[in-house]
Design a protein around this ligand. Sequence first.
Ligand SMILES: C[S@@+](CC[C@H](N)C(=O)[O-])C[C@H]1O[C@@H](n2cnc3c(N)ncnc32)[C@H](O)[C@@H]1O
Length: 268
Amino acid sequence: MASSAAYELRSLEGRGQGLVASKDVRAEEVIFEELSLVTVKTWMILSGVVVLRREKVEQKYQALPDAARRCYRSLHPLLLGAEPAEPAAEPAELRPEEHLKVWDSCGFDFCDLEDTQWNQVLHLMICPTLLSLACGGAYAYRAHGQYVRSILAAGVLFFAILGPFCAKLFYFGSQGLFVTAARLNHSCLPNCEVRIEGKGRPAKMVLCAKKQVKKGQELTIDYIKELAHLEPSERRKLLQQDYGFLCRCPKCLALDRAVATAEEEEET
Ligand SMILES: C[S@@+](CC[C@H](N)C(=O)[O-])C[C@H]1O[C@@H](n2cnc3c(N)ncnc32)[C@H](O)[C@@H]1O
């Protein structure tokens, strides 16, 4: 893991711990780079929902050296948010459901080179071929038409439109645990973004500033950046459902204050 003096870990009110800039950072500046502790292959739907981890996370954990296992365990939600002076909270060993909690709360999703190649085969070859055979065949059977013609006609349709369409519906992906980046809190107005370069294993994550960040400001990312178009209340609901926390980023806190003021004014 590469580290620099550009950030430090601090306790932040209502958000557990988080990374804070320890010096002024320019827009687009790289704040840190980090290699994944461990990665697993996944099956994703709808721009970023993991439906299946194709590799067993427990096996990955068992294969790690002792020091890396300690880092992995430190990502358990019981420890994330706890003060560093509370080591008693560390679970001795993780149960299967605790492994899943680690990945659900700290896993970063991405597509590496291998996933991208498989996705091209899946979306540009396999899906259109299967659908053309099924739909063209069914049409020819019902309409007593020519199978080859019907399948070819369906093929034109599916090869032209299905690949781009289903590329975001279901795809092969990867998920990585990054020990430092796991401490980044969410904000609906983030000042940083992560880029994951998955050319091989371990994957490399790069944290970049989206805008100028002043010394002492928290470094934040958007956990649901694919859903930036949603209303603030919907984003909040989603974060609570999928990530299990009520968003207390500055934007949501400001909205809370505005709602409370409006309610007070209505009552008086
Ligand atoms: C990946 S961890 C981030 C680091 C964590 N705060 C810690 O103490 O190590 C994600 C957890 O941080 C907290 N968190 C992150 N962003 C938050 C936010 N905007 N508002 C409230 N809690 C947040 C939630 O408890 C969430 O489950």
